[in-house]
Design a protein around this ligand. Structure first.
Ligand code: PMP
Length: 462
């Protein structure tokens, strides 16, 4: 650490935090006996806490965000310069970095053309939901308004997004939810037997389940299908072969808009600019947030096709006929200024290529780990976005208890490596170790991560 803070300063920070901060995602009773981890500094792949302890971050800031790594001076400088020149103006006004980043982004997304700025993944998804609903009102008398979402997918924390949330334990205490959101089955091949699915052609079968739901609901009531390209928190689920072409075909057949939630996969995480680009599909909406500016500033985007955009300017004489929406902090310029530099770094440092190479290497290492530890039932991943599902028994595939998976991550943490564990979809399924190191990861970093997990599994499962 650079010595900016004295131990006294940091002790005060811990006390202030314990007295006044309500932390995300945690039962605060835990802080009765243990101090919260205050992350004081970060550089590259590593962060330091209040005790000066170094950690290799295998999850890019807890939730798949810091794609280009910590301590990037050129991003900080670009944001600093931009804030002094012009920090904020909202409403119908545009900004210099907003226009330039939109242009760069659209270059990476053939077939799409418009960028709507906001500031969180949840908000970006809400924008797409609202656009779908408005299209339903404009063109179909409100009828084609239903939004399909998939079991185990997550789209955000607002009541609208939770209404489209496929992780039951996150929803359980927050209903009632918004009407018009309908669940379709997940596509996790490892759990196909639980779904009563055939062993052959699982991808086509899983896509067919979507069609069954559409037919049950009535195709003229279904406006959009919202999916993660690779499901993140629901278990790092890489859709099986045969899935995406069928999904695209179904959307075309029933005139259903395809909304891809790239909040996690977007901007390099899977080795392409966007996760959907592995599969040759053509979405109508793509939402993104985390990796867009790697957490250097809050920014999210809802990107649409020109076909969608055109629906909102087809009748200029109608005063209701535009997207009646605003995001106050969609007018912050720090986000697009940081996002421009973030994208330039990915290009100049060849980070997509590195993600593919290091992702393949890590997948191999995790498979080798599975050869040594029976507790690993399944390994899956795309680019630097990987998961290892822990089971009690490989035959029955019974998931390990949530507490056991957490013992593994706590052991890794004690070794100075931060590993994640995904959210369960069904109580008891919180059992997939999750790895999403920054796109700058080297073989040495990956070896250190895998070796920590190796040690932890040995201690926890023997
Ligand atoms: N979509 C996905 C796939 C996510 O993983 C998340 C957040 N983890 C969100 C949306 C919501 O993003 P935010 O927390 O920025 O609202």
């Amino acid at each position: 650490m650079d010595g900016t803070y004295s131990q006294n300063d940091l002790s005060h920070v811990v006390e202030a935090d314990k007295a006044h901060v309500w932390h995300h995602l945690v039962q605060h009773r835990g802080f009765d006996t243990k101090d919260p981890n205050i992350i004081v500094e970060g550089k590259g792949m590593r962060v330091w806490n209040q005790a000066g302890k170094e950690h290799l971050d295998a999850v890019s800031g807890a939730v798949w965000t810091v794609n280009v790594g910590y301590g990037r001076e050129r991003i900080a400088k670009a944001v600093y310069d931009q804030l002094l020149r012009m920090n904020y103006f909202a409403g119908a006004a545009g900004s210099v970095p907003g226009a330039l980043f939109a242009e760069k982004l659209i270059e990476k997304m053939p077939g799409l053309s418009r960028v709507y700025y906001c500031n969180s993944g949840s908000e970006a998804n809400e924008k797409a939901f609202k656009m779908v609903r408005q299209i339903a009102h404009k063109r179909y008398g409100g009828k084609k308004h239903k939004i399909l979402f998939r079991d185990r997918d997550y789209h955000g924390t607002t009541i609208g997004c939770l209404s489209a949330g496929g992780q039951d334990e996150r929803n359980a205490q927050y209903g009632p939810f918004a009407p018009g959101f309908v669940r379709v089955p997940h596509c996790l091949e490892y759990r196909a037997a639980d779904q009563g699915a055939p062993t052959q052609h699982y991808g086509e079968w899983a896509a067919d389940q979507i069609e069954q739901v559409i037919l049950r609901e009535g195709p003229d009531t279904v406006g959009a299908l919202c999916l993660e390209p690779v499901t993140a928190g629901g278990g790092v689920i890489v859709p099986p072969d045969g899935y995406w072409p069928k999904v695209q075909e179904i959307c075309r057949k029933y005139d259903i808009l395809l909304h891809i939630d790239e909040v996690v996969c977007g901007v390099g995480r899977t080795g392409t600019w966007f996760g959907y680009q592995h599969y040759g599909i053509e979405p109508d909406f793509v939402t993104m947030a985390k990796g867009v500016a790697s957490g250097y500033a809050a920014i999210a985007c809802c990107v649409t096709s020109e076909r969608v955009f055109d629906l909102f300017r087809d009748d200029a004489s109608d005063p209701m006929n535009y997207f009646r929406d605003i995001s106050t902090f969609g007018g912050c310029t720090a986000g697009p200024a940081a996002a421009l530099e973030n994208m330039a770094i990915i290009e100049e440092e060849g980070l997509l290529e590195n993600t593919v190479a290091m992702g393949d290497y890590m997948l191999d290492q995790l498979h080798a780990l599975a050869d040594r530890h029976a507790a690993i039932g399944d390994v899956r991943g795309k680019g630097l976005f990987l998961g290892a599902e822990l089971v009690e028994d490989r035959e029955t595939r019974k998931p390990v208890a949530e507490a056991q998976a957490q013992t593994v991550t706590a052991d890794c943490m004690a070794q100075g490596v931060i590993v994640g564990v995904t959210n369960r979809s069904v109580p008891g399924y919180n059992n997939t170790l999750c790895f999403s190191p920054a796109l700058i990861a080297t073989k040495d970093d990956i070896d250190q991560i895998v070796s920590a997990v190796d040690g932890a599994l040995g201690r926890v499962f023997g």
